[in-house]
Design a protein around this ligand. Structure first.
Ligand code: PMP
Length: 294
């Protein structure tokens, strides 16, 4: 096979270009969003924090009563062979586990799965001006899913709620949406976690608010504590965020992105602040020292 330099999809063992890749129309992942996934970026051609992403994939699957039949090393090997088929120096890797094809019924019984689909695409990071000058976010009317419904702690193929929140935010002029929960407390962005700073103290929503436990969030919280930055996790109303001195989003692809406006109003002085810059430097350091482990 020639080099798939535009990217490749490994659809349950068959590697082809993203345009040619096929999954069965009866797959419950397609029919019902009955799937889980992870997004990993590479650094020097190796996936960053793969062990943590694998553990979260397992936990997301368990939340859907699904058990992964593959070890970390097995999926790691398939990622490696898919990356090798592209020859790409750096990529974004999406690992999707679907329930598999089955009868036209909500029940997963009788599905021929789980099935593993790995997407390897050229790494596309946000434009540098996002990090340099910050972005505007919008608070959509749409709420983050309640933990008692489809829990945000599971990274499932059912991202429609976040998708609609993002569309709403874009229409309002935001680059991303930061959602609140039914209590009105801050949760997270559509594919990122949110932090903000008040009087030198960094705050972020606790898992109880209904968020995904971001791997970037966890790494940065550990490193902020090590660096002696005061940090609090909890349930905070929206005005705690809108009245903050600084705010930023974190995620595998987003890195640390300053938030300088919320629905048109400046955050602090409307420029990326010193704490945000410091946390950005902590992430740079983390990526410099990370040794991607398959
Ligand atoms: N929240 C949501 C809803 C997400 O989709 C993501 C992206 N996986 C994140 C937070 C950030 O998580 P991570 O740092 O693991 O990329």
């Amino acid at each position: 096979m020639g080099r798939l330099s535009g990217g490749a999809v490994n659809a349950h063992g068959v590697i082809s270009s993203p345009e040619e890749a096929r999954v069965p129309a009866m797959d419950h992942g397609f029919l019902y969003g009955d799937s889980v996934y992870e997004v990993v970026r590479t650094l020097d051609g190796r996936p960053v924090a793969w062990p943590e992403h694998y553990d979260r994939l397992r936990a997301s699957a368990a939340a859907l009563y699904m058990e992964l039949p593959w070890t970390r090393a097995e999926i790691g090997g398939r990622i490696r062979e898919t990356i090798a088929a592209t020859g790409l120096p750096e990529c974004t890797v999406r690992i999707v586990v679907t329930r598999g094809p089955g009868p036209m019924s909500l029940l997963p019984d009788g599905c021929d799965g789980p099935r593993l689909v790995i997407y390897v695409l050229p790494l596309r990071l946000p434009p540098p001006e996002h990090r340099e000058h910050g972005i505007e976010v919008s608070i959509p009317s749409r709420l983050r899913n309640d933990r008692r419904a489809l829990a945000p702690s599971a990274k499932t193929g059912n991202y429609l709620n976040n998708l609609l929140a993002l569309v709403e935010a874009r229409r309002a002029g935001g680059v991303d949406a930061v959602m609140v929960n039914a209590r009105g407390d801050v949760t997270e962005g559509t594919t990122s976690n949110v932090f903000w700073v008040r009087g030198g103290v960094v705050r972020t929503a606790s898992l109880e608010c209904g968020i995904l436990s971001g791997i970037t969030r966890l790494h940065l919280m550990r490193d902020m504590r090590r660096a002696g930055l005061p940090l609090e996790e909890g349930a905070y109303p929206l005005d705690d965020l809108t009245g903050a001195d600084e705010a930023f989003l974190t995620g595998t692809v987003r890195g640390v992105t300053p938030v300088v406006r919320i629905d048109g109003e400046p955050v602090g002085d409307g420029r990326p602040g010193p704490v945000t810059r410091r946390v950005g430097a902590l992430l740079d350091e983390l990526l410099r020292t990370e040794r991607g482990d398959w």
